[in-house]
Design a protein around this ligand. Structure first.
Ligand SMILES: [Zn+2]
Ligand SMILES: [Zn+2]
Length: 407
């Protein structure tokens, strides 16, 4: 038997949850003025090396990277932002000085050690906004994320931080590097990060590292005046709009391209502190990938990360089930079903069956109406109906029933 690959899962039992999360998030994103974008799952490996960053664990050890039949190095996307930015530049939208707001949803791939809530193929819903310098846009993206989690009735806490900018971050990095150089018991990952991007060390989950970093210098104390003002303004805007948050001075994002605002939504329902979504500002990425300098801020949530936190609404009985008692009626009910499907969800059974079997089928399919044609109905040009929601039975003329509007 051929099975799905390790860390990859079919969405069958979870399909109602998946659909509910997707529909809810997309409806919120549209209300916030974001429009749909879909980019290829397979991209040039260079795209992720240049955007996600060599120092990240993703590029370092988790990418599904291979040489294709044209001898090109290609990669299954490990995250959604890089592809959207590439498309944005390729379409020359960076040259229009306009504002563009996109949402995407889809599969991402990371060759991680599979564990609960972490798959090698997982799904993200994300938004990217281009062209806005205003910190109001950072707040707007956070409010959108909040609306999505609220609509899904997921409980969270929001943490924010500022990662500084090209003016203040380098000075801080020097201080942090000097601090890291004095430490003897860093884990292997942090030793590597020390050389590539020391900020990422603060993200380490290793408990020994964590306690070392309690005393590390924090970016909050090194922000330049502009970054300080933006960060204060952001907090004011969030406060004025009833968004609860805390300032986590050690919050850095797993990817290299963020600057200024960084934020993370953390589930408060799961035992372990679990990030369910996050994002921030990335004003340098468009330029880094060859476009015109463009302000940008975005957010992504992990669909599988919130599976256990979401209860899709119970689906109501819906639509029509149609069946026949005798074989000679099957061709007719097939035509009736084709007509009905233009206005109402319709199930059809191709095998002639007794009434009780049809009722059982209709119930299993969660249909609202069970419609059956037997000998008596055929003789009278009628159809037998049972409303499975309220138990009402009737036998209207077939032609009139087919013309009803099924609201
Ligand atoms: Zn700054
Ligand atoms: Zn570490």
């Amino acid at each position: 038997m051929i099975t799905a690959l390790r860390g990859m899962k079919d969405i069958i039992d979870d399909a109602p949850k998946y659909e509910h999360i997707l529909n809810t998030a997309i409806a919120c994103a549209k209300r916030h003025g974001f429009s749909f974008i879909d980019t290829p799952i397979l991209e040039s490996t260079a795209l992720f090396r240049r955007s996600v960053g060599e120092s990240s664990d993703i590029v370092g050890k988790e990418m599904y990277e291979f040489i294709d039949r044209s001898a090109e190095s290609v990669c299954l996307r490990p995250e959604g932002t890089a592809g959207v930015v590439r498309a944005f530049i390729e379409k020359k939208l960076d040259r229009s000085n306009g504002t563009y707001r996109f949402f995407y949803r889809g599969a991402m791939f990371r060759h991680e050690r599979p564990q609960k809530g972490r798959l090698r193929q997982f799904h993200q819903i994300g938004v990217e906004s281009f062209g806005q310098k205003s910190v109001y846009e950072d707040a707007a993206v956070i409010l959108l994320a909040k609306d999505i989690f609220d609509a899904l009735e997921v409980k969270y806490k929001l943490e924010i931080n500022s990662l500084g900018c090209v003016n203040c971050m380098p000075k801080y990095k020097e201080k942090l590097s000097a601090f890291l150089d004095m430490q003897d018991d860093l884990c292997e990952d942090c030793k590597r990060r020390k050389a590539t991007n020391p900020i990422r060390a603060l993200d380490c989950k290793n408990s020994a590292c964590k306690s070392v970093y309690e005393n590390a210098p924090m970016i909050a104390d090194f922000l330049c005046d502009e970054c300080k003002k933006d960060f204060n303004d952001l907090q004011d805007i969030l406060n004025q709009n009833g968004v609860l948050f805390s300032h986590n001075k050690k919050l850095v994002r797993g990817l290299d391209y963020y600057n200024k605002t960084a934020f993370e939504f953390i589930s408060v329902e799961i035992g372990s502190q679990n990030a369910i979504g996050g994002g921030g500002r990335y004003d340098k990425l468009v330029e880094q990938l060859g476009g015109k300098p463009t302000y940008a801020v975005g957010f992504a949530l992990g669909v599988q990360r919130i599976y256990d936190l979401v209860n899709p609404p119970q689906s109501k009985r819906e639509g029509v089930y149609i069946g026949a008692i005798d074989d000679e009626e099957i061709a007719h009910i097939f035509s009736y079903a084709a007509a009905l499907r233009k206005k109402v969800k319709t199930f059809i059974e191709y095998e002639p069956k007794k009434l009780a079997a049809h009722l059982k089928n209709a119930d299993r399919l969660n249909a609202e109406i069970c419609a059956v044609i037997g000998e008596e109905e055929r003789a009278n040009g009628a159809i037998w109906l049972k409303n499975l929601a309220n138990g009402d039975e009737s036998r209207p003329p077939l032609s009139r029933w087919l013309e009803s509007d099924f609201n």
